[in-house]
Design a protein around this ligand. Structure first.
Ligand SMILES: [Fe+2]
Length: 104
């Protein structure tokens, strides 16, 4: 089954949402770093049309880790759903913990 990644969100809105739950420089810099890496890989691997989508996923991937490290990749579902973030982004965010803290 081919997955549709077209439904993304505004990058500024994603940053504002991240800042709602994160204030420590380490976490903010990590989010920005992973955003850049995700966009670079999207371009390199032929998914340049979805680079913005993957950038937002990178930005939000650890949204729950600063305040809820024991619920990593689980609390994120609650935080992102409450902000009406598209389900595809929530799925992508939570999947980075697959086999560690998530079965997504
Ligand atoms: Fe993580």
């Amino acid at each position: 089954m081919e997955q549709e990644f077209a439904q993304t969100m505004d990058r500024g809105a994603a940053w504002a949402l991240l800042r709602t739950y994160n204030s420590e420089p380490f976490h903010l810099i990590h989010a920005l770093t992973v955003e850049g890496v995700m966009k670079w890989y999207a371009e390199q691997l032929g998914y340049g049309a979805d680079a913005g989508y993957w950038g937002v996923v990178g930005l939000l991937h650890d949204i729950d880790f600063e305040q809820y490290p024991e619920e990593h990749c689980k609390k994120a579902v609650e935080l992102l759903s409450a902000a009406k973030v598209p389900q595809s982004i929530i799925h992508s965010v939570c999947s980075h913990g697959w086999g560690l803290v998530s079965d997504v």
